[in-house]
Design a binder for this molecule. Sequence first.
Ligand code: BG6
Length: 478
Amino acid sequence: MTYSIPKDFLWGGAVAAHQLEGAWQTDGKGPSIADVMTAGANGVPRQITDGVQPDRFYPNHEAIDFYHHYKEDIKLFSEMGFKSFRTSIAWARIFPQGDEDHPNEAGLQFYDDIFAECHKYGIEPVITLAHFEIPYHLVQKYGGWRDRRVIDFFIRFATTVFKRYKNQVKYWMTFNEINNQTTYTEQFLMATDSGLVLEPDDPKSEALMYQAAHYELVASALAVKIGHEINPDFEIGCMLNVSPLYPATCKPEDNFQALKAMQRRYWFADVHALGCYPRHMEAFFQTNGFRPDITAEDRVVLKEGTVDYIGFSYYNSATVAAQENNPEFHFVGPEAAQENPYLQASDWGWPIDPLGLRYSLNWLADHYHKPLMIVENGLGAKDEVTAEGKIHDDYRIAYLKAHVQAMIDAIEKDGVPVIGYTPWGCIDLVSAGTGQMSKRYGFIYVDRDDKGNGSNKRLKKDSFYWYQKVIATNGKNL
Ligand code: BG6
């Protein structure tokens, strides 16, 4: 056993279809939930409109037009030395409405082309099946994942792409950041995770969230099982948003609140990885009167479809304190949040905490004993282009350097099995949370602004050359 970065480590980058492809109606694609999300800003939430409104701006419609630039972009990834490229398959390109019997051949062909281009450079695709882009028709007609029939539609989609890309794709993930919806008071998180379009104060939100999440977990387990039947070499993982919750003080109540918050945010991983609901969730449902439709057959499916690895995003940690009016330490999210005085934050207020990544890796390894893949990490920041067309993003390099070092420490000193690192938004793209282009994560700059103006020209940032060196030395030279 060696405690070092494996030789075949999946260094790469990550994106999601709706945030970069554009071409929202091209070659038969149907609209997805992301196509009815307007542009927001820092502190201004995106709105989910009732269908596409002619007078509103929807940044995902064109995004960075990867649909027509993918050859150029994948070539740039290969120049950085990528071993892997994480993207999603837009469900609505394959099944434009979501509930059709037959797929859209032009949509399937697009991903054939993407994967062929990746393999030309020895880049392994890592594919998310559902990344915030449920077909909008399923939202309108079925109310999203609250309806059990959506499991069948998802499985039809998953089976179609598993069969089609059986020899092109080995690494898959089912639902992106499935646990975001823990914060069921946030409309955006409910809509993107589960296609549930609700008012923030809807009294049914919490119950609907447990129901939708359960159907997703069943769909995920079925997909894992079917995927392994189609190709036993498939590695199929889950995908969690991991932001460890620290207690604000050493007061026992704050510690217990942090523990309860961890349970409430990460039980999804227990179901994915261990194949059953943790006892604390069963007890929570019982004592709080939640009765989600969970059948005996579902429980068998969950047991049979446990994931091969845990994929997760890590951007920051969070800090919580107990509240006097909350004697049972319930946790939704914002109500318990505290500022952490020991951490600096990004311009968008996200605390910067590299050690939190090492903490998360240790925590996940301790709980689940599965290989881990860091499938998102990065700093959203404003970039300036100099007169010479350079982008000196030393702040991004500093963030990534510290986080890669934390990952290496977890591998070498803590023995955590990490199989890949794909930082988020390896090319600038539309921010999911705000719809902005100016919240940039990329190694590659894209000339496009928040209003959709720009040439779409790609430029290499300083971080491009930094990451190239990191990959070439397998993490030795940071
Ligand atoms: C994750 C998502 O929440 O974080 C991505 O999986 C998203 O889709 C990323 O883009 C960064 O968040 P944001 O809001 O800065 O785009």
